[in-house]
Design a protein around this ligand. Structure first.
Ligand code: PEP
Ligand code: MG
Length: 598
């Protein structure tokens, strides 16, 4: 039966495929695709895990048989029988084999997927006793997982192993995966998303998250249709259901009828045609009708993204979110050398175009790991308001050794091309001075070690109202500013950007937000300093004319958005937009004013 689930549209387009549910169970396992050549070995791992649990139970049963009825009640023996029966259940083991051999899921993913399928069958049972056996099933699966990890200790949620990546091409060449797949999960961390970045998924849907949560940002950067904040999608959708993800409307259509499928297939083809049309603009310079040059830059997460940025016609990288090099590393953070090579990779990839590297912005909805331990940010996560806690530059300044190694790596990379250094979330003059002192220290370290390094332009992100209201302090120290509207909106309006329950209040067109953005652009222009917007507003074509009208000439966004924004720029007359934009700025309801004129 067809039904729909509504959420927030975060990455445009239509995806049609079978659902892959990533269980958000307490069994924290890695999800990755294996090679076809690894199928037998993966099945073998599950089989061996299962056999070890069977042996364990047999040993227990034996020791029970030696006890008297007082020490070993009959129920215990009966329970172990149930566990043995479940372990031999073909539905469970046969299903696991299916997910491994047909879908190339890794063994742990296959086991938790099948566990969920069987658990749903238990949920639907009339008989209460049988229904309650679901808990036994979960215990059995947990024990298998534990043996698969090679441990026999009490079950602890363990850190997933670092998954091996397959390239998209490898997977696409694999004809066992010819059915498009869409990923459905309760939640995905930015690190999870990064892991899926090179995978086959045609679309994403999560129960939680806001439009500018980092998970949504990565989905957009992958240019894959996505819906977040659907609240119950992972409960309502079942493994292998056919699902349409409408990333334009923020709707998921489950088990669509042939008529609906045909309609969405048509929409998909239309979008393809539009993409084809836009691709012709790739080499066209971004100049408005009245001759104003506009710089369209790319936001990237990993060095390899530079190739995508170039292909999209970006004239540089306006934001390299370096924190993605630090995520999902199980505490094993990249050292100076590894970082240097990564930054150099991005610089080389951009073939002489400028690259703006932002120092780590860990914290809030970007934890180092899904289950951090021992890190500064882990301590912060235990606080009630992580977005207001030890995040970004605060995190870096709290660990000067780590920060210095990042600064040295960036300085060294700057010997290979034009590099701008960008500092996130500054609010205080003393934070600026401390940062600059550490930058001086990093240069001294390199001088002492006679390691070559290059010049940097220095930039600060304007993401906190306190910064936007004290631009004079910032402009004393920095060569350029970059407005991080995602956080500026969050902190101005007191709306958690990752919380779907307040997503309707997250408003880029709130007069307070617009005034802070406009004042920052105007002040930088007055002082002859560079200014760009690198938050999601920069890639939103419905806001391009307004930002042009406010004087913005540098936009940094996901590569996937560049050509659509360029099309808006080419159609705009900036001189005519300026008075209109001032009117929007003065309006009580800029959202309504923007609909008029321009
Ligand atoms: C922003 O806040 O607008 C920004 C670009 O940084 P991030 O989204 O990574 O917080
Ligand atoms: Mg930010």
């Amino acid at each position: 039966m067809t039904f729909s689930v509504h959420g927030l549209p975060v990455a445009r387009g239509i995806a049609i495929g079978r659902a892959v549910l990533v269980a958000s169970s307490r069994m924290d396992v890695a999800h990755y695709f294996i090679d076809a050549s690894q199928v037998e070995a993966e099945i073998g791992r599950v089989r061996s895990g299962r056999n070890q649990v069977v042996d364990e139970i047999a040993r227990l049963q034996q020791s029970i048989s030696l006890m008297g009825p007082k020490e070993a009640p009959h129920e215990l023996s009966a329970l172990l029988d149930v566990h043995l029966m479940l372990l031999q259940d073909e539905e469970l083991i046969g299903g696991v084999k299916h997910w491994i051999s047909e879908r190339l899921y890794n063994a742990e993913w296959a086991l938790t997927t099948q566990l969920e399928v069987v658990a749903r069958q238990f949920d639907e049972m009339e008989d209460e006793y049988l229904r309650e056996r679901k808990a036994d099933l979960e215990q059995v699966a947990e024990r298998i997982l534990r043996y698969m990890k090679g441990g026999d200790a009490v079950v602890q949620p363990a850190r997933p192993p670092r998954p091996e990546r397959k390239t998209q091409q490898d997977l696409l060449l694999d004809d066992t995966l010819d059915v498009p797949l869409v990923l459905v999960a309760h939640d995905l961390s930015p690190a999870d998303m990064l892991q899926f970045k090179q995978s086959v998924f045609a679309g994403f849907a999560t129960d939680v998250g806001g439009k500018t949560s980092h998970t949504a940002i990565i989905a957009r950067s992958m240019d894959i249709p996505a819906v977040v904040g659907s609240r119950s999608a992972s409960q309502l959708i079942r493994q292998d259901d056919w699902v349409i993800i409408d990333g334009d409307a923020g709707v998921l259509i489950v088990d669509p009828s042939p008529i609906i499928l045909a309609e969405y297939g048509f929409k998909q083809r239309q979008a393809e045609l539009e993409r084809g049309r836009l691709s012709r603009l790739r080499h066209t310079p971004a100049i408005t009708l009245d001759g104003q040059k506009v710089e369209l830059l790319a936001n990237i997460e990993l060095p390899d993204d530079a190739a995508v940025a170039l292909k999209a016609g970006a004239v540089g990288v306006g934001l390299f979110r370096s924190e993605f090099l630090f995520m999902g590393r199980a505490g094993n953070l990249p050292d100076e050398e590894e970082q240097y090579l990564a930054y150099k990779g991005a610089i080389d990839g951009m073939q002489g175009l400028p690259v703006t590297i932002r120092t780590v912005d860990i914290g809030a909805d970007k934890p180092l790991d899904n289950h951090q331990q021992g890190s500064a940010a882990a301590r912060d996560e235990s606080h009630l308001n992580p977005a207001l806690g030890l995040r970004a530059i605060r995190w870096s300044l709290a660990d000067p050794a780590m920060f210095l190694s990042q600064l040295r790596a960036i300085l060294r990379a700057a010997a290979h091309g034009q590099v701008n250094l960008l500092i996130p979330m500054l609010a205080h003059g003393h934070e600026i001075r401390q940062t600059l002192a550490l930058l001086d220290q990093a240069r001294v370290d390199l001088d002492d070690a006679t390691i070559p390094y290059g010049p940097l332009k220095l930039g600060a992100m304007i993401e906190v109202p306190a910064a936007a209201l004290t631009l004079n302090i910032f402009l004393k120290y920095f060569d350029f500013l970059s407005i991080g509207t995602n956080d500026l909106i969050q902190y101005t309006l007191a709306i958690d950007r990752a919380d779907e329950s307040v997503a309707h209040l997250y408003d880029p067109l709130h007069p307070a937000v617009l005034r802070l953005v406009a004042a920052t652009i105007a002040e930088c222009q007055r002082r002859g300093k560079g200014v760009s917007v690198c938050g999601e507003m920069a890639g939103d074509t419905s806001l391009t004319r307004l930002l042009l009208g406010l004087g913005l000439r540098s936009f940094s966004m996901h590569p996937a958005q560049i050509l659509a924004v360029k099309q808006e720029v080419l159609r705009s007359d900036a001189s005519r937009l300026a008075p209109w934009a001032q009117g929007v700025l003065a309006a009580d309801e800029p959202g309504l004013a923007i609909l008029v004129g321009g």
